[in-house]
Write a protein that binds this ligand. Structure first.
Ligand code: FE2
Length: 368
């Protein structure tokens, strides 16, 4: 068991650095069903950045853009395109978390800081993770505002974690990082040593290589199992790994996908498709073999086939999952929608069908 030198309460939020936060907010609202709950920008006295906080269930995403070309966030976007800049973890003590992580080898990025406004005290710190991604430690136990000092509430958002049902997305199930060939174990060690995470699962070439799109993956989780960070690296294959395609276009390591949980994936994906969100498709033969592979499930197979939802089963139960196409022009970040029925896995039985689908997309992009 990992010792609890760095207790984590969950994922507080994920901050994206984007080229146009106003338009990104529109996409997350009309596409994914998020509600805009807080804003910071010129109108609120923020001279350098504009930021939109989008909420649904327990999920909170901050979409931030720079207002000047030499700002660090503008440089981040120039190099990486739109992507995840910060993964923020809720902790009981941000300065203790920073001290524990840095004393175990993490590189500090933002020393323990506290900001105050009339809504209370907001405490945070950050360390560097893979690529230009930061892990931020956030303690909002004495803060009552909609998000953080400098942000104003929108759409009647109250303090704390307002719950907006949206299309029924509930929480962030896991966040996957892509790192360079040979770097996976270094980042596995990073999360183990500096934050006390332990390894939940690993997948190697034999599990997840198709003819071309090979990768290796290890899943790290915190002591409570609430925070799961799989780490992928490319593996040698006949042609270019999907992970290498990501690294080439993101220009380095970064977050590959966020998996968002739902209790009703059929309703959620129906709505997402109506909203114009694009998903990967597997061949119809996948569904002809489905019941033989996974046995009895609650959902009608014809409905899953119509929507393109995948199913996998392990000893503990089953899960339903589906993957979007990249949500920006570069083939980098995408989303997974997942509904778990007992299984704590990641859909290993779907890797082959899924990666063949990814390869078809890679081929269309001229990157296979
Ligand atoms: Fe995933």
């Amino acid at each position: 068991m990992s010792e609890d030198f760095l207790p984590i309460q969950g994922i507080d939020h994920v901050e994206f650095y984007v080229g146009n936060a106003k338009q990104a907010a529109h996409f997350y609202r009309t596409g994914f069903g998020f509600v805009h709950t807080a804003y910071s920008g010129l109108e609120t006295g923020s001279r350098e950045t504009a930021s939109y906080v989008m909420a649904q269930g327990k999920i909170r995403l901050a979409l931030t853009t720079a207002l000047a070309p030499d700002h660090a966030i503008a440089r981040h976007c120039h190099l990486h395109g739109d992507g995840v800049g910060v993964i923020a973890l809720a902790v009981p003590d941000a300065s203790s978390a920073y001290r524990e992580a840095t004393s175990r080898g993490a590189t500090g990025a933002i020393p323990p800081t506290q900001m105050e406004d009339e809504q209370g005290v907001f405490r945070f710190a950050a360390v560097r993770a893979y690529g230009d991604t930061l892990i931020k430690f956030v303690d909002r136990s004495e803060y009552r505002g909609a998000f953080a000092p400098g942000y104003e509430a929108r759409n009647g958002a109250g303090h704390g974690r307002a719950r907006y049902k949206g299309i029924g997305l509930g929480h962030i199930d896991h966040i996957v990082g892509n790192v360079e060939l040979g770097a996976m174990n270094r980042w596995v060690e990073f999360f183990a040593q500096t934050m006390g995470f332990s390894q939940l699962a690993h997948f190697d070439d034999e599990d997840i290589s198709t003819e071309y799109s090979a990768l290796m993956s290890k899943v790290m989780q915190d002591g409570t199992g609430k925070v799961k960070f799989p780490i992928n690296e490319p593996a040698e294959g006949k042609r270019k790994s999907q992970i290498q395609e990501y690294l080439d276009y993101y220009h380095g390591p970064g977050a590959q996908h966020l998996a968002l949980s739902t209790g009703d994936i059929v309703t959620a994906v129906t709505q997402l498709r109506e909203n114009g969100i694009e998903f990967l498709r597997v061949p119809i033969t996948y569904y002809q073999e489905l019941e033989a592979r996974v046995g009895k499930i609650d959902e009608p197979v014809d409905k899953l086939a119509e929507l393109g939802i995948l199913v996998d089963r392990d000893e503990e139960g089953y899960l339903l999952q589906i993957f979007t196409k990249p949500v920006q022009d570069r083939p980098t970040l995408f989303y997974e929608i997942i509904e778990r029925h007992g299984s704590r896995g990641f859909g290993k039985g779907n890797f082959k069908a899924l990666f063949e689908s990814i390869e078809r997309e890679q081929a269309l992009r001229g990157n296979l």
